[in-house]
Design a protein around this ligand. Structure first.
Ligand code: PMP
Length: 454
């Protein structure tokens, strides 16, 4: 009864992110009620394994007492402190300092935001500010990668390269450009690392030339693993090659670690494994494990010094009411303690198990590709393995495969193109990882029996 009235209220008043509004009116909301560890329970009492950690964010798992206590303590003591007027709070300062210790190279300055989209927007503003400070305002063209996702804000959505975020919105802007993805499974250059890296380097250089040369190009944006584009893992050495090319051309290199940060792929940041130091880096999601909103921009010392000198006594006019929110920062510190105590290590072990488990699905008639790193993975479905034929639109994977998995007690991401995404909490047990794989196989068997999958 309660659930029914909630469904009606939702339909009438709550707009859902990235949803077909008419489709949602028809299907109605599924209300989640509670969660613990790696499981969530819906309003009907059904318990499911959360193979996607909410939205690739609840890295520490649900219901961690130490996090709840840290938030409660901070809410009692100081629920809000602005960073304006030279004010601050202890948790924000301590979190910035601990993150700087973990960050690659000279990324020692942290600007806290509310999430990933405004972190990306902050980097765009900092890039512009930096080039103005260097006396090169004509460096105003931005390049990102097809299939990339950099948020849904006015500016970030144009760096994003997924059609659904552009249709009807008038983005990308004319200063936002793309080069093809490294997407190994469907790369016209073939699947060898050398060929893919060479093709991406050539595409970047050609794009820079098209735009009038490096003196026009401000920055290049990458995700260490493309998440929302379908968990596309670049070949080893791709990031380093692109980073080196940008350095040679004096183009800023921005790594968007909103998904890959905080143990998702193994280390705290994927850039560490790639042994690269970007000029700026973004993070969010696992930063607070999704308990409260927070994102971060890591600004390199070399950029910071140029910007600070240029501003001199004037303010660098960029700020949000909730920048460096003390409750979010307290949660960030508590989550970081958990990661360092055991969760990064557990995540690395479980990540190996997840990758091996999903790889065992390769014998399934519908599985064309299995890819990922650590606790981030994807299974790409095809109807013909040799021809790599995607599922037909009528198969509606985003709805039908998601629903089947749900019925089987598993939450996954089912992308419209027939790619299943996995990002379980780092606290998963071995049995939970095995269940994720088993329930996926059952879901694939049921999908194979669907007459619309031909
Ligand atoms: N960048 C990347 C790589 C992301 O995956 C996301 C979110 N999925 C964002 C930016 C935007 O983050 P948010 O949804 O917190 O605004």
């Amino acid at each position: 009864m309660l659930a029914n009235s909630l469904i009606e209220l939702d339909r009438a008043h709550l707009i859902h992110p990235v949803a077909s509004w008419r489709g949602h009116e028809a299907s109605g909301v599924r209300v989640l009620k509670s969660a613990k560890g790696a499981t969530v329970t819906d309003a009907s009492g059904k318990t499911l394994l959360d193979g996607f950690a909410g939205l690739w964010c609840v890295n520490a798992g649900y219901g961690q007492d130490s996090v709840i206590e840290a938030a409660t303590r901070q809410l009692r003591e100081l629920p809000y402190a602005t960073g304006y007027f030279g004010l601050g709070s202890e948790p924000a300062i301590r979190l910035a300092s601990r993150l700087a210790d973990h960050a690659p190279g000279d990324l020692s300055h942290v600007y806290f935001t509310l999430g990933g989209s405004d972190a990306v927007d902050t980097t765009v503003r900092f890039v512009s500010y930096y080039w103005h400070a260097k006396g090169k305002p004509q460096k105003d063209q931005f390049i990102s990668v097809e299939q990339g996702y950099h948020g849904s804000s006015t500016v970030g959505s144009g760096l994003t390269a997924l059609p659904a975020f552009h249709a009807g919105f008038g983005v990308p802007f004319n200063w936002q450009h793309k080069i093809p993805s490294h997407y190994a499974y469907r790369n016209p250059a073939g699947s060898s690392a050398e060929a893919i890296i060479a093709a991406s380097l050539a595409a970047l250089k050609a794009k820079v030339e098209d735009l009038g040369g490096a003196e026009r190009v401000a920055a290049f944006y990458v995700e260490p693993i493309q998440g929302s584009g379908g968990v596309l893992v670049p070949p080893a050495g791709w990031m380093k090659a692109m980073r080196d090319a940008c350095r040679e051309m004096d183009i800023l290199f921005i790594a968007d670690e909103v998904i890959t940060g905080f143990g998702r792929t193994g280390p705290i940041f994927a850039c560490l494994e790639e042994e690269i130091v970007p000029d700026m880096m973004t993070a969010a999601k696992g930063l607070t494990s999704g308990y409260v909103p927070m994102g971060a921009v890591f600004l390199s010392d070399h950029m910071y010094q140029v910007m600070a000198d240029a501003a001199g006594p004037a303010a660098v006019g960029h700020g949000f009411t909730y920048s460096a929110h003390p409750v979010s920062a307290a949660v960030g510190l508590a989550v970081l303690d958990l990661y360092e105590d055991s969760l990064f290590e557990n995540g690395r072990k479980m990540g190996e198990r997840l990758q091996a488990g999903l790889a065992s699905l390769k014998d399934h008639p519908l599985v064309g590709d299995v890819r990922g790193r650590g606790m981030l993975a994807a299974v790409e479905l095809v109807t013909d393995k040799a021809a790599k034929t995607p599922l037909p639109a009528a198969a509606k994977p985003a709805v039908k495969v998601f629903d089947r998995a749900w019925e089987n007690g598993l939450v996954i991401r089912a992308f419209a193109q027939g790619v299943l995404g996995y990002a379980p909490p780092l606290c998963c047990t071995a049995d939970e990882i095995d269940q994720i794989v088993e329930r996926t196989r059952l879901t694939l068997d049921q999908t194979l029996a669907d007459p619309d999958v031909r």
